[in-house]
Every structure is written in C-alpha cells, then in structure tokens.
Write a protein that binds this ligand. Structure first.
Ligand code: URA
Length: 429
C-alpha cells in the first residue's frame, strides 16, 4: 500500500478501509511509516472526521500493536476514564472504593499535560510511590487487593504513546475520532467488563461546550459497547475546579480527607455517582440508589481509606511522610458582588507557571505548589474576602500565578444560576 494515497483519500473525505487503517497504524508503531506521513493522516482525520466503523477499526488497529492485559481473578474488571479537568482527583478514591466492592480495578493512568493534571503526578507526591509496576507486579497486586494505579507498560497500545505525542505537537488532539481511539484502545486493552466515563466540559476542560462533550461521550460509549464493555458516561461541569484543591500534593491531601469522610461534597458526589454506574453495570447493585448506599457504607466504615493505604503501601509509598505544601499568597476580592465566572484555562496556566503542570511531556513537576479555591461559583463575596490561596515558595512564581488567578476570576453584580455538577448521558439518545 502507498501511504500518500491513503492520506489523500482521507483528505478528500473518503472512508478508509480496515486494511488501510491497519497498514498505517502498524507501520507507524514499527517505525516503517514516518512521523510526517502519520502527521498528515492525523490532520486529515482531524479535519474530515471518521465514520463510527472507521473509529472502531482505528481503535482495534491500535490495540493490535501491543498486548491486552490478562484477567487475574473471577471478579469483574472495571475502570473509569476522565477526559481531564482541574482538581479532578476522583481516581484516587474510586479505585480503592470499587475494590472494596469485590471488583478488580486495573487502573492505568497518565501524567498531566497542559492545564489538566495527571493522576500519576498526584500520586508521586507520596514519598516512594511507584507508577512503573511491571505486568507481574500489577497482576499480583490486583489479585491481592483488587486495585492498582500505575502508568502504562511499554506493551499496552504502544501506537497510542507515539501517536499521542505526535498529535500533541501537530494540533490534532481535539478530534473526536482520534480521542475515541486513543482512550478506548487503552481501556479495551485492560480487558474490562465495565467502564464509566467522566466527560468534562467547561472552561477548565479541553472541550468547552456541553454539545461537544455529548458528541465525544456518544462516540466513546458506542466504541466501548461494540467491544463488549458495559460503558456508561456522565457529563460533568468543569466551569470551576472539582473540590477546593488544584495541584498535586494538595490534591492527595484532599482525597484523603474525602476518604476520611471530611472532604468537599462535590468530590465525593462525583466519585460516588461514577462508581454507582459501574456497580449497576456489573450487577453489584440493582439500581443507583442501592449502589449509592453500598458506597456510602464503605466510605463510612473506613474501608475505602484502608484500601487506599494498602494500595499505596504495596506500590512503595509512605503516607506517613509529610507532603510539603508551598507558602501561601492570598488573592482577595477586588470588589463586592457574585462570583460569576472562573476561567479554567488561566487558572490551569497559574499552576503551570508555578511548576505544578507541564507544557511539554517529560518536564518535571513541583508537587508542593497549587491553589486552594476558597469560594465557589455563584457565591456572594465582599470586597477583601479571600478568594484563592496560592501555594508556592518562590516569590516570583507566586506573583506570576497571582496575576493569572486574578485575571481568571470575574465578579458580577447579579446572582448567577448554576447548573448541576453532573448530568446523566443517555447513550441511546
Ligand atoms: N486522553 C487520551 O488518553 N487520549 C486523548 O486523545 C485525549 C485524552
């Protein structure tokens, strides 16, 4: 086959055949198809889109470049995927919590890139925590305690690692077809029975509009179902950070508070709702109401926190070693009114300028920096009230962050209507 002909076919809006897709993806993973040809195809897909069948074939071609994970027990295998947002720490709680429900949760997570944080970066702020478990280690841990959170091994969809890096530098990340194949190839390779998706929209997500989020949720759910995975989704509001903390070490602290029954209500509510859908999907609960009660019981009994401690300790982490947080710089309300908008992109940039996030893959992270959001959208504030506490030692970085945080917050003259934290996504619609 000739790559240039395949690329021009897609450029002209024609459907690619299964063998053409497989040829390009397997060739790219092996190094036979060069970056410039793959970049051209990614751009053609970005502009022209793909039919659902093509997306499924692309997903399968990507999976075929590596190995699927093996089952280690009779327990149903389940997972969650979030499209990423500010302060999203649900994975840290959801993994151990679903393991308490006698499920296997083989959670392969990623690092932060751009404004959204990464679960692995957060967990690595725990002294000693390892995100590089071998396949044997992760299998043993799963059979013993039912959960792990680690990075992808070299053999799990190697085509995605390479292609994602290429998309990142060619402006082709926000394509429904490419995102679907990227996310679902990794989830299908985890050999799951059920998956719940947290598709985020708003100023702090990479899709700003709810309609785009719905389109992505539809594509992801359709792709999961055709692979035999019971897939459900919530659309969640990312017009303000989830919970109070945004950063790495500070988000671990907040997750621990939630697991101790003390953390912010929104973090618990979203984690519980996502988990409840998984329990219903695998028949561990007859309906969402029963699922919520079960989950609340595990939280209240301290079992979720216990399972988290086990997971951290098995992955080499020491929760007893304190996690340093940066010095506080306050951002106060410049006037009285109602908190009407938070620009999540700017807020995310504030974390990046402090060193808490990355612009390029591979950059190191300062886990001690972050933001503590003291007010929520819709709150009444008086001039001089504390809005955000910036956590950062170096003064120059804290000052740059302070300017961005100030710019990110708008205070208006009238109360604002808020929509709910999450909405059900009906994949039959
Ligand atoms: N997350 C992924 O894993 N892949 C994408 O393409 C976008 C978000």
């Amino acid at each position: 086959m000739i790559p240039a002909l395949i690329i021009s076919k897609k450029r002209d809006g024609q459907r690619l055949s299964e063998s053409e897709i497989r040829y390009m993806i397997s060739g790219y993973a092996r190094g036979d198809v060069p970056d410039y040809q793959m970049a051209a195809l990614a751009m053609a897909i970005f502009i022209r889109g793909m039919e659902p069948e093509e997306i499924s074939q692309l997903t399968d071609a990507m999976i075929a470049t590596g190995n699927c994970m093996e089952r280690v027990s009779e327990r149903p295998r389940v997972d969650k995927h979030s499209t990423g947002g500010l302060g999203d720490k649900t994975s840290l709680i959801l993994g151990p919590m679903l393991a308490c429900c006698d499920l296997d949760v083989p959670m392969i997570s990623g690092r932060g890139l751009g404004i959204t944080g990464g679960t692995l970066d957060k967990l690595e702020s725990i002294a000693g925590y390892r995100c590089d478990l071998s396949e044997q280690e992760s299998g043993q841990q799963l059979s013993k305690i039912g959960c792990f959170i680690t990075g992808a091994s070299q053999s799990l969809v190697p085509a995605d690692k390479k292609l994602y890096g290429l998309r990142d530098v060619t402006g082709t990340v926000p394509s429904v077809a490419l995102i679907t194949a990227s996310i679902m190839s990794k989830k299908i390779a985890e050999t799951l029975d059920a998956l719940v998706l947290d598709v985020k929209w708003g100023t702090g997500a990479f899709l700003e509009g709810i309609d785009q989020a719905r389109e992505l949720a539809f594509s992801l759910c359709a792709n999961g179902k055709r692979a035999g995975i019971a897939t459900s989704a919530l659309l969640s509001d990312m017009n303000q950070p989830l919970g109070r903390m945004v950063g790495n070490a500070c988000e671990v602290e907040e997750s621990i508070e939630v697991m101790q029954g003390k953390g912010p209500q929104d973090v618990w509510e979203l984690t519980r709702e996502l988990s409840a859908r998984v329990l219903v999907s695998v028949g561990r609960a007859v309906d969402l109401e029963q699922a919520r009660m079960l989950l609340q019981g595990h939280l209240d009994s301290g079992r979720v926190m216990e399972r988290f401690e086990q997971m951290v300790s098995m992955q080499g982490g020491d929760l007893g070693k304190s996690r340093r947080l940066g010095r506080i710089t306050e951002v106060r309300a410049p006037r009285s009114g109602w908190l009407e908008r938070i620009d999540g992109q700017r807020l995310g940039q504030a974390v990046i300028v402090m060193g808490g996030g990355r612009i390029q893959a591979g950059q190191s992270i300062d886990p001690s920096v972050g933001l503590a959001m003291e007010r929520r959208l819709g709150d009444r504030v008086e001039k001089g009230d504390l809005l955000v506490a910036i956590l950062c030692d170096p003064e120059a970085k804290a000052e740059s962050a302070r300017v961005l945080v100030n710019e990110s917050i708008s205070i208006g003259d009238r109360p604002v209507d808020r929509i709910g934290l999450w909405q059900e996504f009906d994949s039959r619609a």
